[in-house]
Design a protein around this ligand. Sequence first.
Ligand SMILES: NC(=O)c1ccc[n+]([C@@H]2O[C@H](COP(=O)([O-])OP(=O)(O)OC[C@H]3O[C@@H](n4cnc5c(N)ncnc54)[C@H](OP(=O)(O)O)[C@@H]3O)[C@@H](O)[C@H]2O)c1
Length: 303
Amino acid sequence: MTRAVALSAYGGPEVLGVIDVESPVPGAGQVVVDVRAAGVNPVDCKIRAGWFAADGDVFPQRLGNEFAGVVTAVAPDVDGVLVGQEVLGFTAPQAYAERIAVPAGAVVAKPAALGWAAAGSLSAAGQTAATGVRDLGVGPGETLLVHGAAGGDGGLAVQLGRLAGATVIGTASRGNHDHLADLGAVPVEYGPGLLDRVRALAPAGVDAVLDLVGGDAVLVSLDLVADRARIGTTVDDAAVAEHGIRRVRGARSAALLARLAGLAAAGQVRHVVSKTFPLTEATAAHREVETGHTRGKAVLLVD
Ligand SMILES: NC(=O)c1ccc[n+]([C@@H]2O[C@H](COP(=O)([O-])OP(=O)(O)OC[C@H]3O[C@@H](n4cnc5c(N)ncnc54)[C@H](OP(=O)(O)O)[C@@H]3O)[C@@H](O)[C@H]2O)c1
């Protein structure tokens, strides 16, 4: 047997608990990974709270879509992944666990320079940020506005926007402004008056917006960017329907994850992990993420 975190019903963070599960063996095309770190994402909290509940859902239900760890078994038909190899990857919900089986194509080699916590929390935020910057067509000499720049996705979007050659303006509360400046963004406070503050910072205008917050952030964006295809949101489906802006979803691929891991290992992007919790304290980790004010990522660590 091995241990995993699961929810016993939809509800608050207290529905999370540690359960014993069968130790997985690799099915065809799979590898088994002993997890060292698993990122905690807002979507995990939304799943736990029942946002996506459907008839016939069964419990206990596993959580966690990203991880880093050590490969401990490899199916006979898998080439290119070795027992003992350190990897990071993505998965259908199950990564809050000591041991998981995943398709070999969903893991990439972990660069030695990338720590466990950073590696285990890179996939969701990194692939979403990279997809957003790519789909918005951000290029040299342009100005990108990122709403929610101090969070997991936002910090990486800022840096990927900079690597694409853009000036990046990022929204955050005042306490995160030095942090945003360190990441390469021009910080601006969100809330009433945001439109005027952004216009003061970018008199020539903003070319694209990546929204990670929704609501008023989208409304402000509509006044800043004429081309609705260059406003993307990860959160505000109502605004997508009403205003014809772009829905940004993290397209996952091993190739993109490997590129991001390389950038992080080389120090070209800094993947910020501000909070770590033991696997057994997933409840506390969810409470942290649900504050909505985590800087960078919160991560579960397996000792
Ligand atoms: N559909 C998809 O594929 C997809 C993928 C990834 C993420 N998402 C969604 O995108 C959202 C962002 O994800 P995330 O992982 O980056 O979240 P996160 O890390 O939890 O974001 C936390 C950050 O949000 C900032 N923040 C809070 N309220 C703000 C506001 N009104 N304006 C600007 N910043 C604000 C906080 O900064 P301060 O402390 O300075 O306020 C904090 O640093 C989530 O809702 C997530 O579910 C969707």
